[in-house]
Structure formats: C-alpha cells, structure tokens
Design a protein around this ligand. Structure first.
Ligand SMILES: [Zn+2]
Length: 517
C-alpha cells in the first residue's frame, strides 16, 4: 500500500493527474469515496440554504405594509377660479428662444390680468418687479423669528409648433373647458401653478387670514429660456438682503399612478434635486477641398466617428441618494421578485441595473446622459468643409461634475483632433435637499393630506426649474406640485383635470395656513 499523498508532492509532480488517479485507486475504496462525496454535498447544501435564508430574510424585511394616513376632503372651488386659468392661457406669454424677443405687450397684458383677477393680493401684498415682468409679492407673517417660505411658479410658456396645431383637440390658446378638464398651452406648465397659488392666497386674504411666517410669492417670466432675467434676479435679491427661506417650493415632481403601476398606489414624487445641464461644442478643423478628390479622412468623418464612439458607452450607473430612498420606500409594495432583487442588491445588482436601463426614462435617473443635439458642417455639395462642429448636451447626476463629463468624453473619443469647449452657462447638478429637512418633511406631510393612499418619495428631476438659483439662499428647495400624471406639457393637448386644479389650490392653501407648524 502506498503512503498518503501530501500537498507539495501533489503540486510539484508534473504528471499530477496520474498521481491523483493513483491515489484514488490505492487510498480510497468506494465507501470512503461515497462518504467524502456526501460531506461535500452537505456542505454545499448548507451554503445554499444559508444564502437562500439571507435573501428571504432581507426580502421579508422589505415586506411590511407601507403606512397610510387619513387624507382630508378637498373643498369645492369658485367657478371664477377656472375662468381665471382659461383667461391666463389666452394671453400668449411665450418664451421662444434665448435669442428671440418676447411679445412684451402680452406680458403687460398678463400683469394687468393678474391685478384684476386678484384684487386683494394686489391691495395687501407689496409687489417688487424684476426686469419688467417678473414679480415678487411679500405677505408679512405674524412671527418674524420664523424663516419665510417662497412659493414659486413661472408665467411664460413654450410655443406650440405650427405643424402640430391641427392635432390639438381644442385650439392651444383657447383655455377651453371640456370633459372636466381645462385645456391649453401652459395649464400644466406652469400657469396652473401661478393661478392655483393666487387663488389660494386671494381666498385666505378674503378671510382676513395672516400667515404665521412671511410668505413670498415669486413668479418668473422666462423660465423656459433659462430664467436668467426672472428667477435668477429674484434669487439674487434674497441673497443681497440676506434672507434665508426655510422652504422654497417650485414646479417639478408630481403625483403619479403610472410610474410604478404594480404598486397600485400613487406616489408623490417630491423633487429634492435636479440634474446638471451641460453643453459642449465639439469642433474638428481639417483642410477641405474639392469633393472630386477627397482625402481619406475629412473633418466630417472625424467628427462623425467621435460622435459614434461617444455614444457607445454610458457614464457609470449610479444610485443617487434620493433615488436610493425612493426605492427603499416603494420596495415593500412591489412584486415578490422585484422586492427580492431590491432587498439584495449585492446579488442582483446587474439584473436591477439592466432592468432600469431598458427604459430610456428610468435609465436617465441612474446615468449622466450625453447626446449630440446639433451637428453643423458644409456649405455646398461639391466642397469638402474644413470645419465640422456639433453641440453635445449632457444632463449630469449629482456627483458627476463637468470635469468628470469632459474626461469621460475625451476617453471615449480618444482623438485629440476633436476640440471640446464647454458652454459658459453650464450648470452643475443642484445640491440635494435632505429628506430629514423641515422643508421635505412639510411637503411630505401635506402630500398625505391631499391624496388618499399616497406614498411620498424623494425624487431627482431630470430637467431644470427656476428654483435652481435659490439653492444659494436656502437648503430647503423642493420641486413639487400635486397634479396627477400631467399630460401634454411641451407637447400636444396640454390639459389639467379640474380635480387636480382643486387639489392644487387646496395644497397651496394648506401650505400657507400651516406654515407655523
Ligand atoms: Zn415649467
């Protein structure tokens, strides 16, 4: 009988397979082999059971019912409120493009309309005017020790494309009332907010109400073209006067039944941050010439290749703090499999990631997105141009800076002939308002009152709002208005159900009434 093999010999011997066979045939009879096999099986089984137990335990921890709170009954509104929104829609306060002039007569008309529709607001609340058309009203509170609130909205709207007018159910600037909805450009974005804020305040003034803390109403006139004359000037005024509001609330997130249909409950997506807005000019210069004798590579070729390479890969998948908390709050209401995946990210990370990346909207919540939006080159069909340029627009997650984006793009393109110049107006992602801040808690609490069964969650805005500039004076910036899955903004058939319109008035009214709590 041979001696038992020892480790080093096993490794040193070049023909280890022979050794092993030799060992098995001489050292082990079939019953010891079976015993060893059984031991290994038991060991593997133990690991599997342990892992399964851990997965199930984590999943069960996620399975508690999501709390509900009693909502309040939404009071009826005056017919005049609906008429006011219709009238507001009929005034064409349109922001065309940064470089195009606005129709100032319409903005003057809008100011006059507000004065007429809301006489008490204009009698009792001092108004400051910024750059002719943006307004800041201040409503003195009883307690000057409390930091004020700012309630915001914007009065301008995007244009309606000429080619789409015929596809609207009603003329886009009619403000028509049809099927219990108010229709027209701006009813959602964002005249609906302007009017519901003012309706709430006018009603409270009629009841001789005075808020506990000072409330500012801030209405910008150029949000759709960056807000640099309206909201930015108003935010600067707060900074100059050293006023630091506890809460700044603007448009942004809303109530949604559609985002997570398997929940079978609405969420209130309370915006606590917005993604950055970064644009870059890519340019390639290379001597052109006659198109009958092209060189191997032209400026257009180099730029095209760069853009293709740029789009081959995304910046890293990243779960930001608001989205992590959102998933945490809704997970208990999802299906068993979804819950199991979210409760065990250590195991299911890649499947979670693949799932979110399938849809271009959810994908944008987890990635800094980068996409070319304008390409320019050439003047004539038989001339090879010597310059080719593109504008590339990135929307950056909190945590991905402009410098990160540039270095990612350079890496992807890997061609020094492509020059990348960032725009001077670039905005990094906003700071994130903490979910334990009094501002978030206040809006969370109000969302329970205005919507039965609601699950309030923090949310990251993919687009930009006027409230961005207020981060310099407040750490309580919130982006939320309680419409439900609003339809048609920036598109066709923009419409706001009257039920949403009523809920919005009630929401702003509660916000003012309970400002001292
Ligand atoms: Zn808007």
């Amino acid at each position: 009988m041979q001696t038992q093999i020892v480790g080093p010999a096993f490794f040193l011997n070049p023909s280890w397979k022979e050794y092993l066979l030799d060992y098995v045939s001489s050292n082990l009879n079939s019953s010891t082999l079976l015993r060893m096999f059984k031991k290994i099986l038991w060991f593997l089984l133990l690991i599997v059971v342990g892992l399964a137990g851990m997965i199930i335990l984590n999943t069960v921890r996620f399975s508690h019912p999501i709390p509900t709170r009693q909502s309040l009954e939404i009071p009826p509104i005056n017919d005049s409120a609906i008429r006011h929104l219709s009238e507001a829609v009929r005034i064409k306060t349109i922001s065309y493009a940064d470089s195009l002039p606005i129709d100032t007569a319409e903005y003057i008309k809008f100011g006059k309309f507000l004065e007429k529709a809301y006489p008490l607001v204009h009698q009792k609340l001092p108004r400051k005017i910024f750059n002719q058309f943006s307004y800041l009203y201040s409503w003195q509170g009883k307690n000057q020790n409390l930091q004020p609130y700012i309630i915001m909205a914007h009065m301008d709207v995007v244009p309606v494309e000429e080619a789409t007018v015929a596809r609207w159910t009603v003329p886009p600037f009619s403000g028509a009332l049809k099927d219990s909805m108010i229709w027209g450009r701006g009813v959602v974005d964002d005249k609906g907010c302007v009017i519901t804020i003012l309706e709430a305040v006018e009603n409270l003034l009629r009841q001789q109400f005075q808020p506990e803390r000072t409330i500012y109403l801030s209405f910008g006139h150029d949000e759709e073209i960056s807000g640099s004359h309206g909201a930015k000037s108003i935010a600067d005024w707060f900074k100059e006067n050293n006023i630091h509001p506890a809460l700044v609330i603007d448009e942004g997130g809303e109530i949604s039944n559609e985002q997570f249909p398997t929940l079978r409950r609405p969420i209130a997506a309370i915006g606590v941050a917005e993604k950055g807005y970064l644009s870059f000019t890519f340019s390639v210069e290379k001597e052109g010439g006659h198109s009958s004798i092209p060189e191997q590579e032209t400026s257009i070729d180099i730029l095209s290749k760069a853009l293709v390479n740029l789009r081959k890969k995304q910046m890293p998948f990243h779960v930001t703090a608001p989205i992590a908390e959102l998933l945490n709050r809704i997970a208990p209401g999802l299906s068993f499999y979804q819950r199991m995946a979210l409760a065990n990210p250590w195991l299911f990370k890649s499947s979670i990631q693949r799932n979110f990346e399938k849809d271009h909207v959810t994908n944008s919540l987890f990635h800094t997105t980068i996409v070319p939006t304008i390409v320019n080159s050439g003047i004539k069909d038989n001339v090879i141009p010597s310059v080719a340029t593109a504008i590339v627009n990135a929307r950056s997650l909190p945590g991905d800076s402009e410098a990160n984006v540039i270095s990612f793009m350079k890496n992807q393109i890997n061609d020094a002939r492509v020059r990348i110049v960032p725009e001077k107006t670039n905005k990094e992602a906003s700071p994130t308002t903490a979910i334990n801040s009094p501002a978030f808690r206040k809006i969370e609490e109000l969302s329970y009152k205005i919507m039965p069964e609601v699950i309030p969650v923090p949310y990251l805005l993919l687009g930009g709002t006027d409230s961005y500039d207020f981060n310099q004076v407040s750490d309580g910036v919130i982006k939320f208005a309680p419409s439900i899955d609003a339809k048609g903004y920036h598109g066709i058939d923009e419409r706001l159900p009257i039920s949403d319109f009523r809920r919005m008035i009630f929401f702003y009214s509660l916000l003012v009434r309970e400002s001292g709590k």
